[in-house]
Design a protein around this ligand. Structure first.
Ligand SMILES: C[C@H](O)[C@H](O)[C@H]1CNC2=NC(N)=NC(=O)C2=N1
Length: 112
């Protein structure tokens, strides 16, 4: 299977399929540093990135924002002193699409 971070997001429509339980099991193993959260019934991927200070946290935040605009798929981002929490889910289907796993893998690549 192609590495997630090398894949492209597909346009996500309201009738796009959520990942199945089986796909979820496979895909989470490909992004081991990410957790699965459920908020208001919406399944989400979440990771907390640690930094030495706020300036570095903000710089990473801006990189994530650029990535989101490039792929036209946008996360929740909480930027704090020394920490950035990134949360991916697909608004249009109120859950997880393959796109969210691709974007989580691409987010990790921003650290390189
Ligand atoms: C209006 C709607 O949010 C937009 O069309 C796009 C932009 N970015 C998006 N980002 C995410 N995470 N999910 C979406 O469904 C989505 N849709």
């Amino acid at each position: 299977m192609t590495e997630l971070s090398k894949m492209k997001c597909e346009a996500c429509h309201a009738d796009a399929p959520k990942v199945t339980d089986e796909e979820l099991g496979e895909l989470v193993r490909m992004i081991p540093d990410w957790g699965v959260e459920v908020r208001d019934g919406i399944m989400q991927l979440e990771r907390v990135y640690k930094f030495k200070n706020f300036k570095l946290a903000l710089a990473f935040t801006n990189k994530v924002a650029e990535l989101a605009e490039k792929e036209f798929h946008h996360p929740g981002i909480l930027t704090e002193w020394g920490k950035v929490t990134v949360t991916w889910w697909s608004h249009s289907i109120k859950g997880l699409h393959r796109n969210d796993f691709i974007m989580a893998a691409k987010t990790d690549q921003l650290l390189d």
